[in-house]
Design a protein around this ligand. Structure first.
Ligand code: PA5
Length: 402
């Protein structure tokens, strides 16, 4: 079960920390219904995904997600969090347009044994269409039937991908209209690639339901802390899991926080330029690269640790200390790092999960989505749009046609 340990906030000076009274002062933020939570009850879509996975696992050597941003990071996060670190599985998530990446991907896969999962909510993102058209030309040249090598995940009605799907009878899963890219991990965007590599999506959904329903109070609390500390000039949030497998979760959260909260206007149309800058870190690795700055540099950050209570069978370390294990060493280093930050008046909190499983990950991801929704309410901004991204998309198109 997920818990939020905020005790260190009370131990530091009022200037940089938060008292329970301050945290409770914002209790009144509203609970709204959100598409990203309601989707968990869409049994038909989930069954469709599971059926597709059953029919296609074993048919292909590689599953390749073509997509970018919110259309890629959810799948990457699920893959990295729930797979063996050193035994690669057969899912590749592209998430870029670097020609070196595309070329080396081409050299790695066998087109005849590849299923491309083309993912784009809008169905018009130039990076994703570029990836699609590139590999589509290759499969056409190899005389492969597109229906056997492509599946789309896109808007139910609009966009280039939906048009192609209709015209060419390519299987296409839907991203519901009311769910934006970075909130789409529990739609086919995250669930289909996950199911294709054998992740139990029923358990993910079960955990996500808990993360949404049972943790409203914690979601609100996290959002309140982020908001109040922002008001105390902590405009940077460092997300620091002490778990190698959660390295991509930090990437996923980075996008969620950055794109949802970084806004020019509030809901009343007033120019406010708000936002929290997310920074990724990994424990214990980044104790040796970033913690010096966090302890002694500008006091402008909230450090959000993620701790996994059960890290598996104790793994003994010979020689250093009697009965020392890697499990204990990692845990102690996290505690010592948090204690040092606290001593230096640096605000830090810890999200604790029992272990890394489908259920706990579902819980954690939904907990974060819910807390971002609350954070949007506190800032009085629209957490679901991304006009800044759209502007760059439009300018790219303009420049390409100039
Ligand atoms: O979160 C978002 O909405 C964005 O990051 C999008 O996911 C990203 O721009 C890709 O857009 P699309 O899914 O429409 O291709």
């Amino acid at each position: 079960m997920l818990t939020l340990d905020i005790s260190n906030l009370r131990k530091i000076s009022r200037l940089h920390g938060l008292s329970p009274a301050e945290i409770n002062s914002l209790e009144k933020i509203r609970n709204r219904k959100h598409g990203f939570y309601e989707i968990l009850d869409d049994k038909n879509s989930i069954e469709k995904i599971k059926k597709f996975a059953r029919q296609n696992i074993g048919r292909y050597k590689h599953f390749v997600v073509l997509g970018i941003g919110g259309s890629a990071l959810g799948a990457l996060c699920l893959q990295q969090s729930l797979s063996h670190i050193f035994k690669p599985n057969n899912l590749i998530v592209v998430d870029n347009i670097d020609p070196v990446l595309i070329k080396e991907l081409e050299e790695t896969i066998n087109l005849k044994k590849t299923l491309f999962i083309v993912t784009s909510k809008s169905g018009t993102t130039v990076e994703t269409l570029a990836q699609y058209y590139y590999f589509r030309k290759k499969t056409d040249a190899a005389k492969l039937k597109p229906q056997n090598h492509f599946v789309f995940i896109t808007d139910p009605e609009k966009g280039t991908l939906r048009e192609i799907a209709k015209k060419e009878n390519i299987t296409a899963f839907e991203i519901p209209e009311n769910i934006g890219g970075r909130f789409s991990v529990f739609t086919a965007v995250g669930l289909l690639p996950a199911a294709l590599i054998g992740i139990n999506i029923d358990r993910l959904i079960k955990g996500a339901k808990r993360g949404g329903k049972d943790f409203f109070a914690e979601q609100k609390k996290l959002a309140t802390i982020q908001y109040l500390l922002y008001k105390k000039n902590k405009s940077i949030n460092v997300i620091m899991p002490y778990a190698q497998k959660l390295i991509r979760l930090a990437d996923w959260y980075r996008q969620l926080l950055a794109e949802s909260i970084g806004k020019k206007f509030n809901n009343k149309g007033k120019q406010i330029h708000v936002g929290i800058t997310p920074v990724n870190a990994l424990g214990a690795t980044d104790q040796h690269s970033q913690i010096q700055l966090y302890n002694e540099g500008p006091n402008d950050k909230l450090i959000i640790f993620i701790e996994v209570k059960n890290t598996g069978k104790p793994l003994k370390i010979p020689a250093i200390h009697k009965n020392l294990t890697f499990n204990k060493l990692l845990q102690t280093e996290k505690e010592a790092t948090a204690a040092a930050l606290t001593r230096n008046n640096r605000p830090n909190i810890t999200i604790k999960i029992d272990s890394i499983t489908e259920e706990t990950l579902g819980e954690l991801l939904m907990f974060f989505e819910g807390s971002i929704a609350f954070l949007g309410e506190l800032f009085d901004i629209n957490a679901y749009d991304q006009p800044g991204v759209e502007l760059a998309k439009q300018l790219t198109k303009k420049m390409l046609h100039a």
